[in-house]
Structure formats: structure tokens, C-alpha cells
Design a protein around this ligand. Structure first.
Ligand code: ZN
Length: 976
């Protein structure tokens, strides 16, 4: 039962000392004792700081608290901040406080993959808590001021509390924030002195105590398993724990990069929760290296174009107050040294784009214990927790102090988003559905989930000043009815522009700063990717054009695409087989799940047709007679689950010049038995993205194969082995080299998913690949350039019959001519010409390559040229936007097949910061290669194809490689 307000106020301040964070209690005294009553008490390992006695100072001295509300210290097994509390302990403590405080309400917002509860904890004055819906409705009016008159908006600005959203520990191993959330919740739920009650008159506090419960629990179990009886102040004791660490969620996704995509349930749950509160402040509390201090905002440039100006302004004020709060204690802190705001998918950037002032904290990481810093002083975990709490309180105080001005700025920013004369507001983003229904549905759901208005055109229309995602500008384009429209001019305008813009550019100052850093220090200041447009990531048919009024309907989702069996044969006629069109991503899902269900499935090499309907290359065919008698039910079930149509045809005969269905242009697919390398030195992100793709999206089983024990596995259990990116993968593979070679020769499909994995597989000692890394083939660049030219020209010219049949001498083949770039380098300056010593030349080439490598991209989108004859490119268009990072440049020529090659230097860059040196180095290199060995194959990807769950175009290549690979590119043993 909530305590009545009056009696709480009557509580004497004498109770203070008994409450809050218990003072002068040696934490070890709180350790649970076992074996009472039967001999001497058994010792148990003390967790966290409990190994050393420490005097616990109050987090917020001077505040008085309501004794009816239990303090976290009394609710936890050790005083708050002396150990890392488990997620369930934090929730239980929150609920125990909620039961006694009339100011607190715990709301469930969602569930994690592992089923843990996601909550937000609202703390407000009882009268505000009672009218929470009305407060939210008022703020919603400010968030979309189109139907609010000036008087009404003014009334809300003057009277409504502002909302502070405090989010903690999105990276599960950055633990102190979640512990601090209890200190903050208690302070606001139980504080009776004016310092608290005055704030609560201005602010509703919403606490998201644990943004990543699955990651937190993973790391806490490691902390506890690694703890001993003897306190150890070494900062490396547990460090970040062991593989797979605690940063990511269940699938090891970095959720601090997921905000604009919503690939994870935690993100999607938070979208809904945050947007229902319309917060003005959003705090995102992290941790960094143990020997660091504390970072808060202002952030550093570059800022995403259209970054809200109010945020930039308020960062100065919030930063100044936070600095003063830290100065009071003499604590160290800094701002602006790193953490730029270029990528809009960070928590704080996303928050700023939806209208809040997004602020990041980075506290030095002590791993739940005390550590000795380089200077000798001992820093306790409780110190870390207190820093987070004090910073949070400082930010809430700044919000409360400036409530009216911040609300005024909030509504002004939304009005600017809606104004006709705001730069960029005259444009709209148009998505033409049809290329890939699955990805189009995902994009629309993500847009709507983030509160972005989406419309569907009721009729065809023509757009002017068209900017395409891959092919430059056009004067105009006609769009069909059903096209999806996202107007830049809308309440979420800045988010629309920041996320959907094709190719945002760094400002001049930031470009020069980055160049200087690279030239002088050989390191990049870019904190994350430099390009992210979903039109590229999802490979959509989408453009920007001038906004026009079109008769359109507001939508929150696209109609779910039809699924199930469609009869093409006459009713009553026997079915020859079922066809699933190869273009849709759902085809891979159908194949994967279909094989799990025991279906025999054929993959077409060429486009096919049946009963007047055409199907793309890579379509699937289930022949009735090749399957068991329940094939019809199985096909219907799997088509439904995969979200595809299976067309039931009554004949194998093609009605036109396409291939007949009973012929040889089909590969019988083989059920993939997938091994995925896990454990160090595999990169957790790269591993997690692949695991998520096959397990959570395609829905087929994946076995995690311990990379450290690779030699000990009987690899015959698998016909696909996936090697994610990582550290020194080469030495792991080298140890199992012979087994891998014979496994591949016997029909295995070995896939290197990213630069370091692919590089490890090109090691010549492994004898698995003849693809070369650029630094190893600097003297052969010309030879490769000729091969690439020949590959591009292949099949593009008619035969010169005069030469073929007559006596005409053949013209010099352009493919054999020296490429222009090589001709240029042939004219070397005089002093270089003098160096005819071959060794010197080689050294020069190496030196130049090293220099060029300095400018390797941090995360850009490049143009890939797709070979339409390869089974692995089913579902891809002629060009494919590719995520590229790092310096791996792969050189390939026949007999290595290169289904996707990066474009020539003048067409390579699609979006992002790509320096000329990197452009020259990466252009024309291989993105995806396939090499046959015996019955098996080796497939290499130059960069992670399933990056973060966004790059759905290249993820399709990986899905094809795994699901189609064992049947289409390799040969499996035949049974009899
Ligand atoms: Zn972090």
C-alpha cells in the first residue's frame, strides 16, 4: 500500500542516518553466512567490494528520506554500490519501493530474447503520477503541435512537468549505471526534503534501470565465477570478462547501434515506451577503460546534418552544471575528447533526433570491485556508482531549473520540423515496393515504430528532381500507386533526414580534422560507421524527390505479403510441383525450413515459367514425385511459415522459351548442417550477427563450434563451416589445416565472413585459396587489372565474324591493353626511374601500400558489381550496395569465381567517408569469391555480410551461401 503523503512528510529527519546507503558498515559483514548452527560458520566468497572494509558515504548527503520507503541497502544482500546487483534483484528492489512509495510506478515494457522483463520506473509526485496520462497527452501535443493553438501550447509549456528519461547500462558489462538506477529511484521516491520535492514539481523521472538484462546477467555470472576470497585490486582481474563478454544482448548485438534499426526486441520495446513519454532529457550511462575518469557531454563534432540545434545549446548548460557537481567532490571528468555524434543510431543521438537532449556518460569501469589506479589510489565500485548517480541527479536538476525554457525549445524544434521553409522540408523519400517485400515491410515497420509518419500513395504520380540511391540524379520519375511516401516535413523531420539521407557529408572542419589525424597519427577519430542509409543497407528501390501533394493513406505497416499455396493447375488436375520465386528473401527461408521438414528442393539456375507465370533465377522447385506422400501439406506449412507463395503447377513444360521443369538446370539442395566458429579470437559482433541471421530469422539450427578446440571436432557432422571475423584466426585454422583441407575436398562449404576471416583462409600454407591479399601481390597488380577488365567485358560484345571466318587480322584486344591507371604509373619521375634495383622497387610498392592503408575506411557503403550467372547471387540485382570497413583488399582471377566485385574507382563510393587513397586501393578488388576444391568449396567475403542485421542485401548472399551452398556449389555423398 502506498503511504499517505501527509504521514510521510511528518517523518523526522533523524531517520535519515538509519536509511539511505548505510554508513560505516564494512561491506563484508553483510556477506551471507552458511552452515549456522553446525560448527564454525562456513566462509563464502565475498563479491564486489565486500572484501575490503570501506566507509560508505551517503550518495546524496543532506537529503531526508521517508522511512516508510525501504532503502536499497535494506533490500539488497549487500549495500548498494558495493557489488553488482542482478537484474532480478534490481527489479525486486524497485517493486519493494513501489509498494511503499506513492510516487513510484513500475511499468513492464517488453521482454528480452531470454525472457527477462524490461521495465521503466516512473517516479513523480503522487498528483502527477495520478494524471500521468494527461501529462503524456499534453507533451504529445507539443511533440506534434499541428493541431494546437498558441494559447494551448503556452499553457502546457508553463504548467506541464518535463520528462527525464534515465537509461542505464545498455552495454551489459558496463555495470555501474544499473546499480546507480536504484540510488536515483530511491532518492526521488523517498526524498522528503525540498531538494527532491522541488525537482519533482518540475520533472517526471522515468528510469530504465537495465537496458540489457541478458548481457548483464552473462557478465555477472563471470564476475562471480572469477571472484576469490582475497581482494585483488588489479584492474585486469576480470577486465571485461571472458568470451562472449557482456556487452551485447543474447545474440551479442550492440544495442547502442540499433536505435534506428530496431533489429532487437529490446530496442523495439524502448521505442514504444520512450515515444509514449516524449522526454526532454535522455541519459545513456556507459563505462569505459578502468584507468579513465568520467566523460559527459557536450559531444565532439562531426554532428549528423540536421542535428537539433537545441541539443547543441543545452549540452553546454547541462555540461556546466554537471562539471560543477563533480567539482564539488573534486572528481575528474572531461568532455568533447571523443564520442562524436555522426552516426544517428546511438542512444543519445537517436534521443536528440526525437526531441530530447541526449547525453552520454562514460564512467571508468571497475568490474563491480575495487581497483588500484595507475596513480596508486584505490577506486571502489561504489565510487563508480556514485558518479553515475550524481551525474544523473545533476542532469535532472538542470532540466528542472530550466523546465519552461527547455519545453519552449522542444516545441519550437517540432514547429521547425513542420515549417515549410526549413531546409530540406520540401523533399520526400519514396520507396517503390516490389523489389523485396520482406525488407520493405521491415523498413515501414521500423519507421512507424519510431513515430515517423508514413503514407501510401493511392494513385500513380510523377516526382521531380529525383535523387536515386545508386544511380545519381534524374529530372523526374513516374511512381506507381502503392508507393510509400515519407515527407521530410513532419514532426520527426530531423530523424527522417538523418536516417534516410543517402550520403551525408562531414562538415569541412571535421574532414580536415580527420585527415590531419590520419596523416600525423595514422589513426582515425571516426567513432563508428560513416554511412547508414536503409535504402542501401536493405538494397531498396528508393529515391528522394521534391515533395508533392499526393492522395495518400497513412499507414503503420505494409500489408503483410501473401503466403501459402497458389494453384496454377486446373482444379482436380494432378500437381507436378510447387515453385517459390527466387527473388524474395523468403525463398531462402522456405528452402532452409523446407529441408528441415524433409522436403527435397531443387534450385533453378535460370529464370523459369509455369502456367503463364515467370519466376526469377534462383527459384525453388519441389517436385511431387521426388517427395513423400505428405508433400502438399509440408509445402503449404513451410510456405506459410516462410511468408512466401508456393505456386502449384500441373505441368513440367515451360509455356515459352524458358527451361522445362524436369531438365538439368536445377541443383538438388542438400540440408545444411551448420557449424559456426565461436569463442576467442572470434569477434562477438560478427559471430552474433551471423547466429541471429540463421537462428532467429531464417529459423534453422546452428551449432557453435569452439574455435579453440577446432582440431578436436569430427567435422563430418557439418557440411557448412562459418568463420566469422575476429583476431588471430589464422593460427586457429592453421592447427586444423589438414582436417579442414580434407573436409572441404569431401564436400564441405567453408565460408570466411569478413576481412580477417577471409584473410586467414587465403594463407598459402592452408592450401584452401588462391585469392591474394593486395600487399602480397603488389608486383602483379597489372596482371590482376587485366583480368578484371576481361571479366567486366566478358560476353558484352558481339563476335567479329570477319575475323572469325575470314582472313582479317584480329584487333588488339582491349582486355589485354594496359589499364589507364597502370599507364600513368609507368611514367615515373626521373629519380625513381634511376632505381632499377628490383628490391628497392618492391620496398617502394610496400611503402606506398602501407601509406594508402592508413586511409582505410571506418565503415562506408560501396558499389558491388554482381555476376548474374552465379547461384550465390540469387535475389540480387545487377549492383549491390556493400558495407565495407578496414583494409582487406582481395585480388582474384579465374579459376577463382568472383560473384561480387567492387566497382571501378570512379563508381566505387556510394556513401560515407572514403579517402582517394583507399578508393584507389579497394577499387576492382573482390568482395565475394568462390573456389572449388574436390567436392567442396571455399567462399570468402571481404567484409562482414550480415553486419548488425541491417545489411540485408549482402546478408542475402550469406544466406544463399549457407542454405544453397551444399547443394548448388558443392557435391554431397550420395546415398543408395
Ligand atoms: Zn558502452
Amino acid at each position: 500500500m502506498p503511504f499517505p503523503l501527509g504521514s510521510r512528510l511528518a517523518v523526522s529527519s533523524l531517520t535519515v542516518l538509519l536509511l539511505s546507503c548505510a554508513s560505516s558498515v564494512p561491506a563484508s559483514a553483510m556477506a551471507p553466512q552458511a552452515g549456522a548452527g553446525s560448527g564454525p560458520p562456513q566462509q563464502v566468497i565475498p563479491f564486489g567490494d565486500s572484501g575490503k572494509s570501506q566507509t560508505l558515504e551517503l550518495f546524496f548527503p543532506g537529503t531526508t528520506y521517508d522511512p516508510a520507503v525501504p532503502a536499497p541497502d535494506t533490500l539488497l544482500r549487500q549495500p548498494l554500490g558495493t557489488f553488482t546487483a542482478h537484474h532480478h534483484e534490481i527489479l525486486a528492489a524497485m517493486r519493494a519501493m513501489e509498494a511503499k512509495s506513492p510516487r513510484m510506478k513500475v511499468i513492464t515494457t517488453g521482454r528480452t530474447h531470454e525472457g527477462r522483463e524490461l521495465v521503466c520506473v516512473v517516479v513523480a509526485l503522487p498528483e502527477n503520477l495520478k494524471r500521468l496520462d494527461a501529462i503524456r497527452a499534453d507533451l504529445a501535443k507539443l511533440a506534434d503541435p499541428r493541431n494546437v493553438d498558441a494559447g494551448e501550447a503556452d499553457r502546457i509549456v508553463k504548467n506541464s512537468p518535463a520528462v527525464a528519461w534515465l537509461g542505464y547500462s545498455i552495454h551489459g558489462d558496463e555495470t555501474s549505471g544499473s546499480d546507480a538506477s536504484l540510488a536515483i529511484a530511491y532518492h526521488f521516491a523517498a526524498g522528503t526534503s525540498a531538494d527532491v520535492t522541488d525537482l519533482l514539481r518540475q520533472v517526471v523521472v522515468v528510469i530504465d534501470p537495465c537496458l540489457n538484462p541478458d548481457g548483464r546477467e552473462r557478465i555477472l555470472s563471470q564476475f562471480e565465477q572469477g571472484a576469490g576470497y582475497v581482494p585483488n585490486l588489479d584492474t585486469d582481474t576480470m577486465g571485461r570478462g571472458r568470451w562472449p563478454y557482456g556487452r551485447g544482448n543474447h545474440y551479442l548485438f550492440d544495442m547502442n547501434r540499433d536505435w534506428i534499426w530496431g533489429t532487437q526486441p529490446e530496442t523495439r520495446a524502448r521505442w514504444a515506451a520512450i515515444l509514449s513519454f516524449h522526454p526532454q532529457l535522455l541519459v545513456d550511462a556507459h563505462e569505459m577503460g578502468a584507468l579513465d575518469t568520467f566523460l559527459f557531454y557536450p559531444a565532439t563534432n562531426p554532428f549528423t546534418p540536421f542535428f537539433p540545434e537545441a541539443t547543441l545549446k543545452w549540452w553546454q548548460r547541462f555540461g556546466a552544471d554537471d562539471a560543477a557537481a563533480f567539482d564539488k567532490h573534486g572528481w575528474s571528468y572531461y568532455t568533447r575528447e571523443w564520442a562524436d555524434s555522426w552516426y544517428p543510431g546511438y542512444t543519445d543521438s537517436w534521443a536528440s533526433f526525437v526531441g530530447a537532449i541526449g547525453i552520454l556518460y562514460e564512467q571508468a569501469r571497475y568490474g563491480g570491485a575495487a581497483v588500484r589506479r595507475a596513480t596508486g589510489e584505490v577506486a571502489t565500485y561504489r565510487d563508480a556508482v556514485q558518479h553515475q548517480a550524481v551525474s544523473s541527479l545533476s542532469n535532472v536538476t538542470t532540466l528542472a531549473k530550466n523546465r519552461e525554457e527547455i519545453l519552449r525549445d522542444y516545441v519550437a524544434a517540432k514547429k521547425k520540423n513542420l515549417a515549410a521553409d526549413t531546409p530540406g522540408n520540401g523533399r520526400m523519400f519514396v520507396l517503390v515496393p516490389g523489389r523485396n517485400p520482406d525488407r520493405e515491410e521491415r523498413l515501414v515497420a521500423s519507421l512507424a515504430g519510431q513515430g515517423i509518419e508514413v503514407f501510401r500513395a493511392d494513385a500513380a504520380f510523377s516526382g521531380q528532381k529525383v535523387e536515386t540511391s545508386m544511380q545519381g540524379a534524374k529530372d523526374s520519375r513516374d511512381f506507381p500507386a502503392g508507393s510509400v511516401l515519407i515527407y521530410a516535413r513532419q514532426p520527426q523531420s530531423s530523424m527522417v533526414k538523418a536516417w534516410l539521407e543517402f550520403d551525408p557529408h562531414y562538415d569541412t572542419d571535421s574532414v580536415n580534422k580527420e585527415r590531419k589525424e590520419l596523416e600525423r597519427k595514422q589513426r582515425s577519430k571516426a567513432y563508428d560507421v560513416t554511412a547508414w542509409s536503409p535504402a542501401h543497407a536493405y538494397d531498396l528501390d528508393a529515391v528522394w524527390c521534391d515533395a508533392i501533394e499526393v492522395k495518400a493513406t497513412a499507414i503503420r505497416s505494409l500489408p503483410a505479403h501473401a503466403r501459402g499455396v497458389v494453384p496454377l493447375a486446373k482444379a482436380g488436375d494432378p500437381v507436378y510441383g510447387w515453385i517459390v520465386d527466387g527473388d524474395a528473401d523468403g525463398a531462402v527461408v522456405f528452402a532452409g525450413r523446407g529441408m528441415e521438414a524433409g522436403l527435397q528442393i531443387q534450385l533453378s539456375d535460370e529464370p523459369i515459367s509455369a502456367s503463364g507465370r515467370s519466376f526469377a533465377r534462383g527459384s525453388l522447385l519441389v517436385r511431387r514425385t521426388e517427395n513423400s506422400s505428405d508433400v502438399a501439406e509440408k509445402v503449404a506449412h513451410v510456405a506459410d511459415a516462410a511468408g512466401v507463395h508456393a505456386f502449384a503447377t500441373g505441368t513440367a513444360r515451360s509455356p515459352d522459351d524458358k527451361v522445362d521443369l524436369g531438365g538439368g538446370r536445377f541443383h538438388l539442395l542438400a540440408r545444411p548442417r551448420i557449424g559456426l566458429l565461436a569463442n576467442a579470437p572470434i569477434d562477438t559482433d560478427s559471430f552474433g550477427h551471423i547466429w541471429h541471421l540463421f537462428d532467429a530469422e531464417i529459423g534453422i539450427p546452428v551449432t557453435q563450434v569452439d574455435a579453440q578446440q577446432l582440431g578436436g571436432y569430427d567435422l563430418r557432422r557439418y557440411n557448412v563451416l562459418l568463420v566469422p571475423d575476429g583476431g588471430d584466426i589464422g593460427s586457429i585454422l592453421k592447427e586444423a589445416g589438414e582436417e579442414l583441407q580434407s573436409w572441404v575436398r569431401n564436400g564441405g562449404t567453408l565460408i570466411g565472413c569478413g576481412g580477417s576471416a577471409a584473410e586467414a583462409l587465403t594463407n598459402k600454407d592452408l592450401k584452401l585459396s588462391s585469392v591474394k591479399m593486395r600487399p602480397d601481390a603488389l608486383e602483379d597488380l597489372e596482371k590482376y587489372a587485366v583480368s578484371v577488365k576481361r571479366e567486366r567485358e566478358a560476353g558484352s560484345k558481339p563476335v567479329d565474324e570477319a575475323t572469325l571466318w575470314g582472313g582479317k587480322a584480329p584487333e588488339a584486344k582491349p582486355a589485354d591493353a594496359k589499364p589507364a591507371s597502370e599507364e600513368k604509373t609507368a611514367e615515373k619521375p626521373k629519380d625513381e626511374k634511376a632505381k632499377d634495383d628490383k628490391k628497392d622497387e618492391k620496398e617502394d610498392l610496400k611503402r606506398r601500400d602501407r601509406w594508402m592503408r592508413t586511409f582505410s575506411p571506418r565503415g562506408v557503403i560501396l558499389r558491388g558489381e554482381v555476376n548474374p550467372d552465379s547461384w550465390i547471387t540469387a535475389g540480387c540485382g545487377a549492383e549491390l550496395p556493400i558495407y565495407f570497413e578496414g583494409s582487406a583488399a582481395f585480388l582474384s582471377e579465374l579459376p577463382v569465381k568472383t560473384p561480387v566485385r567492387l566497382a571501378a574507382v570512379d563508381r566505387l563510393r556510394v556513401a560515407g567517408l572514403l579517402w582517394p587513397e583507399a578508393k584507389e586501393r579497394i577499387a576492382d578488388t573482390a568482395y565475394c569469391t568462390i573456389e572449388s576444391h574436390g567436392s567442396g568449396q571455399v567462399i570468402l567475403f571481404a567484409c562482414p555480410p550480415a553486419f548488425r542485421g541491417w545489411f540485408r542485401g549482402t546478408a542475402r548472399l550469406l544466406a544463399n551461401a549457407v542454405v544453397y551452398g551444399p547443394g548448388a556449389g558443392a557435391r554431397q555423398p550420395l546415398g543408395w
